[in-house]
Design a protein. Structure first.
Lengths: 231, 182
C-alpha cells in the first residue's frame, strides 16, 4: 500500500500518494494547474514552464516536482497567472500563430490557454520568424511556424521497435522538431492521427481532413481548458 | 448624455470586422442613441470634421497609406481600439511576412497563374500608389493602441459589450465564449 501524504494548494488541503508530482496530485483533486509540454504517460520534462507554481517563495515546475508531505503550494495567484500569461504571449510572438487560418484552431491547447488567461494582445513585439513546412509524408504536414518545441511528439510517437518518428535538430534559436524523412513516408494513418492529437498546437496536421469539426462544436469553443478538471 | 463620436477605418483588412458590427442586430438602434459616426466607411465621411472620442481600427499596416491613416486616427481620437486579428497581429496579410517583397509582387503580377493580361510584365509603379511596407505590422507597433478586441471577426457581443462599457463607464465582464481568435 502506498503512503498517503497531505499537501496544501492555495490553502486547500489535499491528500495524495507519495511519489506523485504536484500536477498529478492537483488534477486528481480537482485543482487545475495549466500544462503544455506535460503529457500523461510520458516522462515530464518541465521545459515550457506553464505549470510554474511557488513553494517556499521559489518558482518550481509542478510537473517535475514530486509532492512531499506538508508542502504549501501557491498556484492560482495574480503573480503566477501573469507569469503564465507572459509565457503564452512569448510563444505567440516567437512563432507564426495565425489562428484564423489554422486547422487546429478551437482544439489548440496554446490558444485555449490564451483564452483562459484572456490574452487580448501579447505584450512583446512580434518576431515573424521564417520557418519551413514539410509535407513529404503521405499523412502528415509538419509546420515549423506553429511548433512550440514541447517534445510531446518525440516522446509519444514511436514505431513497434521503439524508434522515434520525430527528433530535435540544431540547437538554440535554430532548434526544430523534424519528422524523419524515411520513417515519415512509412508512418501509418492511425499513428499520424495520434501524432496530430498529441500535438498541443497545429504543428502536426493530418492531411486531407482539415476543418472537420465546425466552429461551435470544437473542444474549447464553450468551456475553458481545465474546466473538466476543476470542481 | 451627450453622444460619443466614433470613427472607424479598415486598413489591411477585409471589412469583416465592420460587418461583424452589423451582427449586433436590433441593438444597432440603441447604438445610434449612444454614438454619432464621424470619419467612417459606415457613413462615408472621408475626413475628420471634429474631435473623435473612440477610433476603431480594423486591419494591420501593409503600406504607407495605412500608416498615414493610422497616425491621423491617433492624432484625432482620444481612444483607439484595435479590432480583430489583423489589427492586433497582422492577420492573414501578415502571412507574406516570411516572403521577400519582390517575390510577392512577381507572384502577384508576373509569374502567377492568373496574370494573363499583364503581357508587358509591369509591376504597379504609379506615383499615386502607396508603397508596400517590408512586412505587415500590427497597429500597436506603429502607434499607441488603448484597447484590443480579438477575433476573426470579433464576435458582435464582444464589440457591443466593450463599446457600451467604454461609453457608459460600466464594468466589463466578458463571458468565455466571446474571446476567440478565429
Amino acid at each position: 500500500m502506498t503512503n498517503k501524504i497531505k499537501i496544501k494548494i492555495d490553502g486547500k488541503e489535499i491528500i495524495t500518494d507519495q511519489g506523485k508530482t504536484i500536477v498529478e496530485a492537483a488534477h486528481e483533486n480537482g485543482i487545475f494547474i495549466p500544462t503544455l509540454c506535460n503529457f500523461a504517460g510520458a516522462l515530464p520534462k518541465g521545459c515550457c514552464r506553464m505549470c510554474t507554481i511557488k513553494i517556499n517563495n521559489r518558482f518550481m515546475t509542478s510537473c517535475t516536482t514530486p509532492a512531499a508531505h506538508g508542502m504549501e503550494v501557491e498556484n492560482n495567484t495574480i503573480e503566477i497567472n501573469d507569469f503564465r500569461k507572459g509565457i503564452i504571449e512569448l510563444l505567440f510572438v516567437s512563432g507564426n500563430h495565425f489562428c484564423p487560418s489554422c486547422e487546429k484552431s478551437g482544439n489548440c491547447e496554446l490558444q485555449a490557454l490564451a483564452y483562459r488567461y484572456q490574452m487580448m494582445v501579447p505584450r512583446f513585439p512580434y518576431d515573424f520568424p521564417i520557418k519551413s513546412v514539410d509535407g513529404s509524408s503521405p499523412y502528415i504536414i509538419k509546420d515549423q511556424n506553429r511548433c512550440i518545441l514541447c517534445k510531446r511528439c518525440i516522446k509519444t510517437i514511436k514505431d513497434e521497435h521503439g524508434r522515434h518518428y520525430f527528433a530535435f535538430k540544431e540547437r538554440g534559436h535554430k532548434l526544430e522538431v523534424l519528422l524523419d524523412e524515411k520513417m515519415g513516408k512509412e508512418i501509418s494513418s492511425a499513428l499520424a492521427k495520434k501524432a496530430m492529437e498529441n500535438c498541443p498546437v497545429g504543428s502536426i496536421i493530418y492531411k486531407e481532413i482539415g476543418f472537420e469539426v465546425p466552429i461551435g462544436q470544437r473542444k474549447y469553443d464553450h468551456k475553458p481548458i481545465g474546466s473538466e478538471i476543476e470542481n | 448624455m451627450e453622444k460619443k463620436i466614433i470613427a472607424t477605418t479598415s486598413l489591411a483588412g477585409c471589412f469583416g470586422c465592420h460587418m461583424s458590427v452589423l451582427d449586433i442586430d436590433e441593438r444597432i438602434l440603441d447604438l445610434i442613441e449612444l454614438v454619432e459616426f464621424n470619419k467612417s466607411p459606415v457613413d462615408d465621411i472621408k475626413t475628420f470634421t471634429k474631435p473623435v472620442d473612440i477610433g476603431i481600427i480594423e486591419g494591420g499596416c501593409c503600406n504607407s497609406e495605412n500608416v498615414e491613416v493610422l497616425r491621423s486616427f491617433r492624432k484625432n481620437c482620444k481612444i483607439l481600439i484595435s479590432l480583430g486579428e489583423c489589427a492586433i497581429m497582422g492577420g492573414l496579410p501578415a502571412l507574406r511576412n516570411g516572403i521577400p517583397i519582390e517575390e510577392c509582387l512577381n507572384e502577384a503580377y508576373i509569374n502567377g497563374p492568373t496574370v494573363g493580361l499583364n503581357t508587358q510584365h509591369i509591376l504597379p509603379n504609379d506615383d499615386e500608389l502607396p508603397m508596400l511596407l517590408d512586412k505587415v505590422y500590427p497597429c500597436h507597433e506603429i502607434v499607441k493602441i488603448d484597447y484590443y478586441l480579438p477575433g476573426c471577426p470579433p464576435r458582435a457581443d464582444l464589440i457591443w459589450d466593450a463599446l457600451v462599457a467604454l461609453i457608459t463607464g460600466s464594468k466589463l465582464d466578458l463571458p468565455y465564449e466571446v474571446i476567440k481568435f478565429d
